[in-house]
Ligand binder design. Sequence first.
Ligand SMILES: Cc1cc2nc3c(=O)[nH]c(=O)nc-3n(C[C@H](O)[C@H](O)[C@H](O)COP(=O)(O)OP(=O)(O)OC[C@H]3O[C@@H](n4cnc5c(N)ncnc54)[C@H](O)[C@@H]3O)c2cc1C
Length: 483
Amino acid sequence: MGIKTGAEYLDSLKRMSPEVYIGGEKINNVVENKYFQISLREMAKFYDWAHDPEKEKDFVFWSPLVEERVSFWTHLRRTPEEVRKLIETLKKNNARHFCSMCMITGLNVLWAVTYDIDQARGTQYHRRLQDFFRELQRNDLRYCMGVMDPKGDRSLPPHRQQDPDLYLRVVDRNKDGIVVRGAKIHTSNAPVTHFIFTSPSGVLQEADRDYAVSFAIPTDTKGLRFITRPAPGPLAAREMESPVSSRIGFVESLSVFDDVFVPWERVFMCGEWEFTKNLIGYFSPYVRICKGACTSARTDILIGAAALIADYNGVGRAGHIREKITDMIMASEIGWGCALGAVANSYMHPSGIPVPDVSISNAGLYHNRLRFIEFLGTLQEIAGGIVTTMPGEGEYLNGETRKDMEKYLKGREGVSAEDRLRLLYFIQDITASRFGGYLVASAICAGGTPETNRVEVFRNYDLKGKIDNVKSWCKIGDIIPGS
Ligand SMILES: Cc1cc2nc3c(=O)[nH]c(=O)nc-3n(C[C@H](O)[C@H](O)[C@H](O)COP(=O)(O)OP(=O)(O)OC[C@H]3O[C@@H](n4cnc5c(N)ncnc54)[C@H](O)[C@@H]3O)c2cc1C
């Protein structure tokens, strides 16, 4: 009980036996497996932060639900100030560590939607979610978010797919619980968490009633299997050549539910298709403020690297480089400012949590995620082609070739070839490696694509009001139909 250490977290996983396939085989134990080491170290590090006196103030909270200290990853944010602190922590932390597992906000989203359903239908979902929260908080457990369905033909709703399992659905109900079949896809870090927490991935129609399902079950529940790909970093750490991806990265899974039983106590939505609109309405601003803060933080990393390599190359004061770095700073500030603004413009949901502004959060993320992708190229431009042509770490460590590299790969006077190389390897790792590709996908797809941002901004904008304003300036009356 209480907040776990990294070692206690690893012990807790050793007691679980999820069905996992990776590297071409079925494995028995994720804790011992080579493919999981980067993700496990990362997760254990997050646990240890709660015990680090310097980090404790950001990662430990008092929970009125259990009247105990709980961790950042299980805490329910009840005021705009708490949500603001959440994104401030993401911004500060991700600018150093790239990621802080921001899918935590799924809990706030389900908190609001279960309340709505109970109020309208007299169901028990909100009470059950509170019990689930208590279990997470008391035992300091982690969960992954199974939101996205495989979706098959994207132009068709779930019930019209040729294979009805392409969206996760309820296939049976009895007095004890429900049976679900189908899959979730892109589930980050699933086998290194304790629970999979699911929700529908979009707004559903009445005919999709069976797909309106949300629940949480242990990751080693019978019938649940994870087909997992390793984190994008090297299996054996290469501290010089892959300084980031040797330490940071997440495994991703196709999570298959093969007639999995879920007890009613862990079911948070079952058939209430009308409330999927509310769910997406809360999910959208929450995920976008977190991603907006994260993308701003990652842009700050690119800015630091751009300024340093420009200096090492002797072009730190060149006008065009200053301009490019200024553009990067502006995009970072806009993304961050919109995340803050969306929180400041929150409304209070009757369940007692704030819901940030959907339009500002989406507009900010749309802007800074697209520019982030562009800036990966900008950073390469500032660093030069050497990012993808330089010899590897092995040649630097080989005495025969090292002297040539030290002579010819130097930058300006006063900077050693080794320091310049270390920085170039860092830039390669974040812009031109498998990890760099993951950062692109993470910026462009994770948390919904830029198109979903566009849709939300357009849908929530008072366009008619703006047209009416112009009409009134021009003294244009309403057009009479047929005239
Ligand atoms: C690194 C990473 C981590 C992730 N982690 C998680 C996670 O932990 N949990 C989770 O649930 N999800 C996760 N995701 C999934 C993420 O939310 C989705 O990738 C994202 O929402 C886009 O969905 P998709 O990938 O299925 O793309 P698609 O929906 O297949 O979209 C592809 C293209 O088709 C277009 N399109 C799709 N449907 C339509 C339509 N009906 N009409 C017109 N155009 C359409 C889209 O606009 C887009 O251009 C993660 C993704 C990434 C990349």
